[in-house]
Design a protein around this ligand. Structure first.
Ligand SMILES: *Cc1c(COP(=O)(O)O)cnc(C)c1O
Length: 400
């Protein structure tokens, strides 16, 4: 009988668990899916029950809608299942899921280590509010090894943030090595695991707080913004949930319901998009206009061996570096010529996207020169042969 906790044993395959986790069981009139529970006020039969209500869910106050409701809890359970952690907090956007853990663990006088390849808005937070609050951030080479990380940690370093592979440039990080160095000095290890989804198990690789933009493949249809932060200990949960509550963080139950709907088909979409992504990436890497394709699953990727060691698969987002003879204006012309690729941010939906990335990304730990002008490609659920034909006619426009 499917119920909310049937999947907790984690002995079933991923698709089985994604079919059974976070379901309504038989207690919602027998309907398969949890309903959308909207609400601010939570009623109790009497005052004593209201006092005890505070103990119901995770010993947090469950006396008001801001603490979430049954729709949130179902999604929290599914995300904890995907990440292999104990508890997940759902937030209104992926960026909120980046911001809340950083704000939860950093205070005035602390030092934070960020990979140079971190998601741009995470860098903005470090350079904006966090800097104003007296938190200093150092950006490090994402390919740092254990000794290199140990050398970067200062007495006041509190958080070692990671994102693997990195935004736009797709460097795979040696998370276990980084986590060993961080934990030896008492730092929290955070990771943006949006690209890895369920292909990277954060807690078995030393991560303390794992972040996902559910906006991407979990939502899967470019119609919802949502994020999650997952932890694997009761102590970390108290810090994370406490910060979320203090900051008044909340996600719409309608959006949670859309994410629950998305997650049921996620693995089918992901498998198809992974295969199409690799097919298109391979085709592009053989083109004379292309210097290299930044896709960790391709054997020529500089950290392919790390990816193979730590990941069980890939998603369909990757980067392309064009030959240095091209200018960024040539890349714009290529992108504008594409018929099947939308020109826009985000990824993980059913539709293909392409954007030029040169000039859009900040790098301070490295030179920021990756050999030529760059683009980022997201492969959707279209037929790969059609996508390749479209890219081929687009490449013909590179030289004007
Ligand atoms: C998109 C994205 C986010 C933020 O997600 P939003 O829901 O758009 O705020 C965070 N991290 C990574 C790596 C992303 O690509």
């Amino acid at each position: 009988m499917p119920d909310d906790h049937a999947s907790k044993t984690r002995t079933y395959g991923f698709s089985t668990r994604m079919s059974h986790a976070g379901r309504a069981g038989t207690h919602v009139h027998g309907f398969v899916n949890p309903g959308v529970h909207r609400g601010s006020t939570v009623l109790f039969p009497n005052s004593a029950a209201r006092r005890d209500g505070a103990k119901h869910r995770f010993e947090q106050f469950m006396t008001y809608g801001t603490q979430g409701g049954p729709t949130h809890y179902a999604l929290e359970d599914v995300i904890a299942e995907i990440e292999g952690g104990t508890r997940a907090m759902i937030l209104g956007t992926g960026l909120a899921a980046v911001a809340v853990p950083l704000m939860a663990w950093l205070k005035a006088g602390d030092h934070c280590l960020m990979p140079d390849s971190a998601y741009g808005p995470a860098r903005n937070l470090c350079e904006g509010l966090l800097k104003g609050w007296g938190v200093e951030t150092t950006y490090y080479d994402p390919t740092v090894d254990e000794a290199g990380m140990a050398a970067l940690i200062r007495p006041n370093t509190r958080v070692v943030y990671t994102e693997s592979p990195g935004s736009h440039t797709f460097e795979v990080q040696d998370i276990p090595a980084i986590a060993r160095a961080a934990h030896a000095r008492g730092c929290k290890v955070m990771m943006d695991n949006t690209w890895g989804i369920h292909h990277f198990m954060p807690f078995t690789h030393g991560v303390d707080v794992s972040i996902q933009a559910l906006t991407k493949y979990v939502g899967g249809h470019s119609d919802v913004l949502l994020g999650s932060a997952t932890v694997n200990s009761e102590e970390d949960w108290k810090v994370l949930r406490g910060a979320g509550s203090q900051l008044g963080q909340y996600a719409s139950p309608d959006d949670c319901w859309l994410a629950l709907r998305g997650v049921r088909t996620m693995n089918v979409r992901l498998k198809r998009q992974e295969a199409s992504g690799i097919e298109v990436a391979r085709w592009l890497s053989a083109r004379p206009e292309v210097l290299r394709v930044m896709h960790p699953a391709l054997p020529e990727h500089p950290q392919h061996d790390l990816w193979k060691r730590d990941f069980t698969g890939s998603c369909s987002l990757f980067g392309v570096v064009f030959q240095p003879r091209y200018a960024i204006e040539d890349v714009y012309r290529f992108i504008d010529a594409l018929a099947l690729f939308g020109i826009g941010a985000s990824w993980g939906g059913f539709e293909s996207l392409a954007i030029a990335t040169t000039g859009n990304i900040t790098r301070t730990a490295g030179s920021g020169d990756f050999g030529g002008p760059m683009a980022r490609i997201h492969i959707g659920l279209e037929d790969p042969a059609d996508l390749i034909a479209d890219l081929e006619q687009g490449l013909a426009r590179l030289t004007g």
